[in-house]
Design a binder for this molecule. Sequence first.
Ligand SMILES: [Zn+2]
Length: 83
Amino acid sequence: MRQPEVRCVEFVEQVTEWLEGGLSDEERLLFEEHLAYCSPCGRFMVQFRQTLALSRVAEDQLRQGPPPMVRAALHTAFRQSRR
Ligand SMILES: [Zn+2]
């Protein structure tokens, strides 16, 4: 008996690697099998691809460096990690 919850967590962790072709043949088969029967993960994949497409559109702007809001958040995180 499968444990769908665990497979879904693995699925989300492997999405980036799958898109970049970084999975082994066995991992890729399990991944695509899961995608075929798990509709929540199917929906997640659609959203993930849309997010990727949007981030490619924004890439040119990001070449100038992270937006001010992101930079401020990084600064705060950096300061807190040094405390
Ligand atoms: Zn799933």
